[in-house]
Design a protein around this ligand. Structure first.
Ligand SMILES: [Zn+2]
Length: 252
């Protein structure tokens, strides 16, 4: 029985306007940093996003010190928030992970790519090319000798009931993930295609690189979810997370 485990990988402290401009601007909030582990019957252990690099537990400003971004978004991580700790609780080590899907290569989604030396990494080609040598996507966390990237061109079936589809706008070539569970339940992992419910409720897409493209992608994702009766898990929604942990803590 395939299982999908949402993983809490810490928080970031930011102004509400970072995620939902025009909705509660000026309020400091904590947003969750999330990843997901899918354990498939085939033996594959597939991780979706890897969180913020574990060194930020000791040094929250490690990545953005001295830049405007340092005040805009500050990591808040405890020891137990590191992805290797979350996997250890599930009985796994980094070397056990066979596949990593990065929705995109921002530092809060690809920060621990170095911890998965045996994995094949799946990223949209257009995204990878936009991220190379681009300081918005700190290359030190993902562009590493020995990591095996498999670049994708559009919607792709990755097997075991898992597929990815492009949702650009947050970044070029951003992708979201559809997981078809054995129970018949479908789950869509948005990544940052939709940060939180307020984006949908208030039609607020100004927090993305290309807001009108982000809006189109988000509406397309919601349409797809409706057709598949899929549960939609947002990228950084603190309120939604409470409902996730109130459930069993996993989906199957
Ligand atoms: Zn993010």
């Amino acid at each position: 029985m395939k299982r999908l485990h949402p993983l809490w990988l810490g928080e970031a402290c930011c102004d509400k306007s970072v995620v939902s401009p025009g909705v509660g601007d000026g309020v400091r909030i904590h947003i969750p940093i999330l990843g997901y582990l899918i354990v498939a019957d085939s033996g594959r252990r597939i991780l979706v996003d890897t969180g913020i690099h574990r060194s930020h537990i000791e040094d929250p400003d490690r990545t953005w010190r001295g830049t405007d971004f340092a005040a805009a978004l500050r990591p808040v991580m405890r020891l137990e928030d590191s992805v290797d700790h979350r996997l250890a609780v599930l009985g796994l080590r980094g070397s056990d992970v066979t596949d990593v899907i990065n929705t995109h290569l921002h530092f809060d989604h690809a920060g621990n790519n170095d911890a998965f030396p045996n994995a094949t990494f799946y990223v949209q080609r257009s995204h990878y090319e936009a991220a190379v040598d681009n300081p918005s996507f700190p290359n030190q966390y993902w562009r590493l000798e020995g990591l095996n990237y498999h670049l994708l061109d559009g919607e792709t079936d990755l097997g075991d009931g898992i597929s990815v589809f492009p949702t650009p706008g947050h970044t070029p070539g951003h992708q979201s993930v559809l997981v078809r569970l054995d129970s018949g339940q479908n789950v869509i992992l948005c990544g940052d295609a939709i940060y939180e419910e307020d984006n949908v409720r208030h039609d607020a897409w100004g927090g993305h690189a290309d807001p009108s493209q982000a809006r189109r992608s988000a509406l397309g994702l919601i349409e797809r979810a409706r057709g598949l009766k899929a549960t939609v898990l947002y990228g950084h929604d603190a309120e939604q997370w409470k409902t996730v942990i109130q459930s069993a803590g996993w989906y199957q």
